[in-house]
Design a protein around this ligand. Structure first.
Ligand SMILES: [Zn+2]
Ligand SMILES: [Zn+2]
Length: 355
C-alpha cells in the first residue's frame, strides 16, 4: 500500500503551519492513545497512523520531501524500489480510470444435506440462512436521522483526500462516504445493516453430488448502500446411505444371503431408490457375485439417463447353532460326494502328491 495522505490523516490543510500540525496532533493523540482506550484494537492502528503522519509532517525536511514525492515518499529518503513504484503507478491509474463503484455485498455459503433418494428425483428445500440486510431505519448510512450526518471536515464532504489529483486517496476519516455520524442509528448500532434469519427455497436438481455449488444470485449479504447484494452459494452434501454406496451415477448394495439360498437358489428382496424389488439368485451362486439392474440408479445431472443398481451377494456363515442343527449340518456335509465340491477335490489331489 502506498502511504496514506498524511494531511488527510491528521485532517489539516496542505498549507497548515507547523504550530497547527503540532496542536492537531496533540488533540488527536489525547483522543486516540491506546493507554486511554484499553482493549481497543482499532485504536492501536489509528494511533499508529496518526503518529506516522505526524512524524513526517512535523519535520520540515521530511515534509518538503513528502510534498514533492507524494505516494512515492519513503521515510528514510531512499529511492522507492521498482515494485513500490509500480504499485503506486497502478493505484494512480486505477484512481484515474476506474469508475468508483460501491463494493458489492458479501457472498455467503451454506451447506445443504440431501439424501440419495432426494438426489434421485431432485428436491426443493427450505433453508434458513443468516444474512445481513440493509437497515430500514437509517437506510444503511448508520445515522440516527438526517441531522446526525455531519459533513466530513478533512475531505470537505468529497470522500477523498484533498490536494494534487494524483496524490488523492479515499478519505481516512469517512472512508469515502463524505460524512461522519454524530448519533448512531439505534436499530443497527451504526453498522448500516442488521442480521436476519431468512427462509429461502432452494431447488436441488436431480443427480447432484457432494460439493456441487448452486448459485442463488443476490441472496447473499446486502450492501450498506445501493450496491448489489452478494450471492448465496448452496453447497450440496449427500448423506451416507445405510444400504447403498455411490459410484458416480451407479449404486452398489451388499446383499447378505444364506448358504442354502446360494446352493439351491432363491428370489431375494433387495432395495431400490423407490422401495424394494426382488432379484433371482440362481442355484450355485458364489460369494461376491454381482447382479445388476440397469438404469435404476441415479440420474446423470442434466440428463435423462440413469446409472445402474449393483447387488453384490455375501454368503453369511451361520453362527450360534444348537446341537441338533450342528449334527444335521455335519450329516449333510458328510453325505455329499466329492464331485459336489470340485475345488476341494482338486486341492486334496495336490496335497496327496506332496505326501
Ligand atoms: Zn440503522
Ligand atoms: Zn472524509
Amino acid at each position: 500500500m502506498p502511504p496514506r495522505d498524511y494531511y488527510n490523516v491528521l485532517g489539516v490543510s496542505r498549507t497548515a503551519s507547523q504550530d497547527e500540525i503540532k496542536k492537531t496532533y496533540r488533540k488527536l493523540a489525547r483522543r486516540w492513545h491506546p493507554d486511554l482506550n484499553p482493549g481497543r484494537e482499532d485504536v492501536v492502528e489509528r494511533f499508529r497512523d496518526i503518529t506516522e503522519a505526524y512524524d513526517t509532517l512535523s519535520d520540515p525536511e521530511k515534509r518538503a520531501r513528502y510534498d514533492r514525492m507524494g505516494p512515492l515518499y519513503t521515510d528514510d529518503g531512499r529511492p522507492p524500489r521498482p515494485d513500490e513504484v509500480s504499485e503506486v503507478v497502478g493505484s494512480m491509474l486505477g484512481n484515474l480510470f476506474r469508475r468508483k463503484r460501491p463494493a458489492k455485498g458479501e457472498d455467503l455459503r451454506f451447506t445443504l444435506s440431501v439424501t440419495l433418494e432426494e438426489v434421485a428425483v431432485g428436491v426443493e428445500k427450505e433453508i434458513v440462512v443468516p444474512r445481513k440486510v440493509r437497515c430500514r431505519k437509517c437506510g444503511g448510512d448508520g445515522a440516527d436521522g438526517d441531522d446526525a450526518r455531519v459533513k466530513c471536515a478533512p475531505c470537505n464532504g468529497t470522500g477523498s483526500s484533498q490536494g494534487p489529483r494524483l496524490f488523492r486517496t479515499t478519505c481516512y476519516h469517512c472512508e469515502g462516504r463524505g460524512f461522519t455520524v454524530s448519533r448512531v442509528c439505534s436499530r443497527c448500532d451504526g453498522q448500516g445493516r442488521v442480521s436476519v434469519d431468512e427462509a429461502i427455497r432452494v431447488r436441488v436438481p436431480a443427480g447432484v453430488a457432494t460439493g456441487q455449488k448452486l448459485r442463488l444470485a443476490g441472496r447473499g449479504d446486502e450492501a450498506r448502500d445501493a450496491a448489489e447484494p452478494g450471492d448465496l452459494f448452496v453447497i450440496t452434501s449427500v448423506a451416507e446411505h445405510p444400504l447403498f454406496r455411490r459410484r458416480a451415477d451407479d449404486l452398489l448394495a451388499e446383499v447378505p444371503i444364506t448358504f442354502a439360498d446360494a446352493v439351491v437358489g432363491s428370489d431375494i428382496e433387495v432395495p431400490t431408490l423407490e422401495g424394494t424389488t426382488r432379484i433371482r439368485v440362481p442355484p450355485g451362486t458364489t460369494h461376491g457375485r454381482i447382479f445388476r439392474l440397469s438404469g435404476r440408479a441415479l440420474p446423470r445431472l442434466g440428463s435423462a439417463t440413469r446409472g445402474d443398481l449393483h447387488y453384490q451377494v455375501a454368503i453369511e456363515v451361520p453362527t450360534g447353532l444348537d446341537e441338533a442343527q450342528r449334527l444335521a449340518l455335519a450329516a449333510w456335509g458328510g453325505a455329499l460326494p466329492d464331485s459336489t465340491h470340485p475345488q476341494r477335490a482338486e486341492y486334496a489331489r495336490l496335497l496327496g502328491a506332496r505326501r
